[in-house]
Design a protein around this ligand. Structure first.
Ligand SMILES: Cc1cc2nc3c(=O)[nH]c(=O)nc-3n(C[C@H](O)[C@H](O)[C@H](O)COP(=O)(O)O)c2cc1C
Ligand code: SF4
Length: 479
């Protein structure tokens, strides 16, 4: 293997561990098949084709790989949901919608290393028995679509895709499908509807779990771009060796996309759970801008709940150990700890805010996005996301009252857990999190001559009830 060197100024940080992004920003690297094969590309595919499909799935299960698209659901377990004895065609869909604000990783894989994705996808198709796969690419990535089309043609010509792959009796075709540029097309069932040529209205789960009733009502596995790339490395090194990277239940590497108020925003690949928030923000990203201090971080894309940098968190760290009090800087970057801290690792989009940020503005910005992107199918989401935006419009204009904040909070809790798809949580969690952590700051921006001082006790009781009685997130099995 040649020594890997990177373009000046784009070298990985020494605390990074590059697996998926090994070839991103490399000197002398290009997206061609020739380059990819010259460094062992498609050898994992050949290895997998000498195995039984079930053995490939078993390796993925043993690796502990969890989806990198947002929910962190175990990939091998998802593959295992295809009904036993299924006689219908099985489809694989690569989710390259990358629509969660703050997330910018999948596009780099497709642009600079498309064969890594194709190899991971062919192996995955072999494992789940799919003869047809789609790469769903959002409308805003026209160049990515062209690059991946070209890579598909190259792979077919070389026998890594199409009929009798690598001389075996396994055949598989890939198609690129361009989305129309809506956030909801990233939600897997909305994506499937869109792929079927319809409006991307998400389907209700149950019964429409894609692995059982997906594209054309056939078993369908939907995985994120990064997730599918990991499959290639799992086969290369074996599931057990892969599971040694990262930490227990939070294995492998993952790409974090850091944006906002840090000296060095960008993408960084880390061993899951081995790096802390403080190491990421200070060592890797160079700390806050001159004269500023960190105020808050949204750790997993805009739909994740905000965390306050001055807080301490009572969590099991490392996971499985006794709970203890840790500072924000000491939070390990993994799925379970982030959930225990009251937020989520989500899609890996880490949005950083320093003490110059007005939280009313931040929340209004997020609310505007979600109000625009709701598909409109369910009333709480359609109406509620717009109401929340209207309330924070008033807040930033200095026209809101403290009672408006109570209304805002109650609207969020009436959406959360009460909708067809997890967009309901995606739009309500930012509001819930912000009010929970920054209520005083938001109240300070309201007009004080207000009724909240004499709150109606009945309304107050109802608000408390809604907050406490809401369905727990994930209650409708949002995977
Ligand atoms: C509103 C919404 C938007 C989503 N957008 C994306 C997206 O852009 N890309 C993605 O991979 N997953 C997205 N997801 C998650 C997908 O529904 C699905 O869980 C994921 O593609 C599964 O892949 P994984 O198991 O590899 O993570 C979104 C989910 C929701 C609720
Ligand atoms: S929760 Fe929102 S985005 Fe999801 S189906 Fe309902 S209206 Fe559409």
């Amino acid at each position: 293997m040649p020594k890997v060197t990177y373009i000046e100024g784009k070298e990985p940080h020494e605390l990074e561990r590059r697996l998926i992004f090994r070839n991103i920003d490399r000197k002398g690297w290009n997206a061609s098949l020739k380059k990819y094969v010259s460094e062992g590309g498609y050898e994992s595919l050949e290895k997998s084709l000498r195995m039984e499909p079930g053995e490939v799935t078993q390796e993925v299960k043993e690796s502990g790989l969890r989806g990198r698209g947002g929910a962190g659901f175990p990939t091998g377990v998802k593959w295992g949901f295809i009904p036993p004895g299924n006689k219908k065609p099985v489809y694989l869909i690569c989710n390259c919608d990358e629509s969660e604000p703050g997330t910018f990783k999948d596009r780099y894989i497709v642009h600079q290393d498309p064969h890594q994705l194709i190899e991971g996808m062919v192996i995955s198709c072999f494992a789940v028995g799919a003869k047809l796969a789609y790469i769903y690419i959002r409308e805003e990535f026209p160049e990515a679509a062209e690059i991946v089309e070209k890579a598909i043609k190259e792979a077919k010509k070389a026998g890594f895709l199409g009929k009798n792959i690598c001389g075996t009796d396994f055949s598989c075709e890939f198609y690129v499908h361009r989305g129309a540029g809506a956030y909801i097309c990233g939600e897997e069932t909305g994506l499937i509807e869109s792929l079927e040529g319809k409006r991307p209205y998400p389907r209700i789960k149950p019964p429409y779990f894609p692995a059982a009733m997906g594209l054309y009502m056939c078993p369908t596995i939907v995985n994120n771009v990064e997730t599918l790339c990991h499959v290639k490395h799992i086969i290369e090194m074996g599931g057990k060796a892969y599971a040694d990277i990262g930490t227990q239940r939070n294995t492998g590497t993952r790409i974090l996309c850091v944006s906002g108020d840090v000296k060095k925003p960008g993408y960084y690949e880390i061993e899951v759970g081995k790096m802390t928030m403080g190491e990421l923000l200070y060592d890797v990203c160079g700390g806050p801008l001159e004269g500023r201090t960190f105020k808050a971080v949204i750790p997993g894309g805009s739909s994740a709940k905000i965390l306050r940098c001055s807080d301490t968190y009572n969590v099991s760290s490392p996971p499985g150990s006794d709970k203890r009090e840790i500072t924000f800087d000491d939070i390990p970057l993994d799925f379970d700890t982030m959930a225990a801290c009251g937020s989520m690792a989500g899609s890996g989009g880490v949005i950083v805010m320093d003490d110059s940020r007005r939280m009313s503005w931040v929340l209004n910005n997020i609310n505007e996005f979600y109000a625009h992107e709701s598909c409109g199918q369910c009333t709480p989401c359609r109406e509620g996301s717009t109401w929340m935006k209207k309330i924070t419009d008033r807040l930033v204009e200095g026209k809101a009252t403290p009672a408006d904040l109570d209304t805002l909070e109650s609207v969020a809790y009436q959406i959360d857990g009460r909708t067809i798809c997890a967009f309901g949580e995606a739009c309500s969690w930012p509001v819930e999190g912000m009010i929970d952590k920054f209520r005083d700051e938001l109240v300070a921006e309201t007009a004080k001559d207000d009724v909240a001082i004499n709150r109606n006790p009945e309304q107050e009781a109802q608000r408390r009830y809604l907050k406490e009685a809401r369905a727990p997130a994930g209650s409708s099995a949002r995977i």
